[in-house]
Design a protein. Sequence first.
Length: 134
Amino acid sequence: MPQQKLVEIDDASLEVLVFGTGERTICTTHPTTLAGLTGSAFGLTDAVQGVATVAVVSPRGGGKSSPAVTSADFSMSQLVEDLERVRKSLGYEHWMYAGGSAGGYVGLLMRLLTRFAGRSHSFLVDSTKRRFSP
């Protein structure tokens, strides 16, 4: 069972489910993460059990995170900014990022934004998709 955290960032609270206790940390998210996500976090926790800790971040308007107030709250760039705030708040100097579909696009965007260079030292993305409908 994951450890549930509500992480306060500037103007919102984001739900983070933490699976495992491995030495390395992997972050994953998807713009349409549902409330109360449990189980294997898209199969990722099963694959890395014992090797890494997996932090599943629910974006604004998803899970038990704060509701999205404006359409900008649903943007990919806002989600990337929020992930960086979560990383800092949880005290991780670096983390790996894994995502598929629109979650994969979040990883690509995170990597392309130079202000996040060096914060995520590796990326695993699959079937990236630029647009999504919440």
